[in-house]
Design a protein around this ligand. Structure first.
Ligand code: IFM
Length: 446
């Protein structure tokens, strides 16, 4: 086993939460079991050429039946928390009307299973698998979906609210809006920027209304939302590239963050979008900026942009993950310090960080030293930002298991646990043992 850059748990606060993350569609399988309705991702997988290996989520990691041994794995790592998502169509097959008791029973067992193992349940309500029935009437572009989501969230709260430590409304609204409705590379596969911006607005609105509704219902879980964020840099230190980078950061990050924190869309991006701006009803912005208990940040890489349309970023392969994403840990510190400087932030949780690599199984072991190094270097970057004053309360590795990586199908492996899909056998990679050792080094101050 190679040794990653040293970083110790006791350089973080005693009550810092360490975890691993997954999402329902990516691991559960059982896509038609026990009354589950279809989701837009089930539908999208059926489209020709939508998924790199023409796969789908029908079986995935078969977590729906292997949940107990999967929780044992989580527990064996010595982490504090497990971040999972609820499949909306599993618990409300059509996205409105009747709830599915068998679906709720699965999450009931899963949450109790976490608590029995001393794991804090961090629940995400929407990790992209919208019920197909709602897509028929426009999905997230239809304002009616906002109220459907609030109803679903309140039902989840009535059943599990008192057992959940954290509830995240949406995972990465940028992805749902832009990849799902502008580029069309993700479900539901639409290609209109105007639609995408309306979707983003409706997602933010449903988030704000949900937070307010859950608080009124007395929910004690910590309430927040998860945004994917990359710091943007100009290719050259000139005015044109710097301005381009700022606009890029505006479109991808500030467009989501500022409504949540300030109750306004950033004016430079609003102007840039020209006629593709969302319809905003009176009172929407006040709803969206309901106070957050936490802000989840998913960090993977930086973006580099140039005002020169012929410029192309060239990153040496050894500096890239298997997704082609640049490995740039210092971007995490830069991002956190910028946010800390520019905004009055709620506590931050790094809800995802991790890397896909082409792992190989060698005599029952996976020596994924590059993933270990990726994780360790990002923890150092995180630690640096925290020592400079940024409050971060937790960190979750993406992902516990190799799983269905959306339009890449099963071709990309993000897990610290290897999944052999034909046999569904799990093998802890070296990175999992490394994380276990990291988590189990007791804080000297404890
Ligand atoms: O697998 C995804 C996850 O579902 C959301 N954040 C990014 C991950 C890697 O692409």
């Amino acid at each position: 086993m190679t040794h990653a850059t040293p970083i110790r748990r006791d350089t973080f606060p005693n009550d810092f939460v360490w975890g691993v993350a997954t999402s329902a569609f990516q691991i559960e399988g059982a896509s038609e079991a026990d009354g589950k309705g279809t989701s837009i991702w089930d539908d999208f997988c059926r489209l020709p050429n939508a998924i790199a290996d023409s796969s789908n989520g029908t079986v995935a990691c078969d977590h729906y039946s292997k949940w107990e041994s999967d929780l044992d794995l989580v527990s064996s790592l010595g982490v504090d928390a497990y971040r999972f998502s609820i499949s909306w169509p599993r618990v409300q097959p059509k996205g409105s009307g009747k709830f599915n008791e068998t679906g709720f029973a699965f999450y009931d067992r899963l949450i109790d299973g976490m608590l029995a193992r001393g794991l804090k349940p961090y629940c995400t309500l929407n990790h992209w698998d919208l019920p197909s029935g709602l897509q028929t009437s426009g999905g997230w572009s239809n304002r009616d979906t906002v109220q459907r989501f609030v109803d679903y969230a309140c039902e989840v709260n009535s059943r599990f609210g008192n057992r959940l430590v954290s509830i995240c409304t949406h995972n990465e609204p940028w992805v749902i809006a832009v990849l799902g409705h502008q580029t069309g590379s993700f479900a539901p596969g639409a290609t209109s920027r105007l639609l995408a911006m309306q979707v983003a607005h409706n997602l933010l609105l449903s988030h704000g209304l949900t937070v307010t509704a859950l608080r009124q219902l007395g929910c004690k879980a910590s309430l927040g939302i998860v945004l994917n964020m990359s710091p943007s840099e100009g290719a050259q230190p000139n005015a044109a590239d710097t301005a381009m980078a700022e606009l890029e950061f505006g479109i991808n990050v500030r467009w989501y963050l500022e409504p949540l924190l300030l109750g306004n869309y950033p004016s430079d991006v609003w102007k840039h979008l020209s006629t593709d701006v969302p319809t905003v009803a009176a009172g929407d912005m006040d709803c969206i900026c309901a106070p957050l208990d936490f802000l989840g940040i998913n960090y993977y890489m930086r973006t580099v942009v140039s005002a020169d349309p012929t410029w192309k970023q060239r990153v040496p392969p050894e500096n890239c993950t298997d997704m082609g994403w640049e490995i740039y840990p210092q971007g995490l510190s830069q991002l956190l310090l910028r946010l800390h400087h520019d905004y009055d932030l709620p506590p931050i949780v790094i809800t995802e960080n991790g890397a896909a690599f082409q792992d190989e199984v060698n005599e029952g072991s996976v020596h994924d030293s590059r993933r270990q190094e990726y994780l360790a270097s990002h923890l150092i970057a995180l630690n640096n930002a925290m020592h400079q004053g940024v409050r971060v309360d937790g960190y979750f590795i993406w992902s516990l298991l190799d799983n269905f990586e959306w339009s890449s199908g099963y071709t990309k492996r993000f897990g610290i646990v290897h999944v052999d899909y034909p046999s569904q056998q799990r093998i802890l990679k070296d990175s999992a043992y490394w994380y276990r050792d990291f988590c189990n080094k007791k804080n000297s101050r404890k």
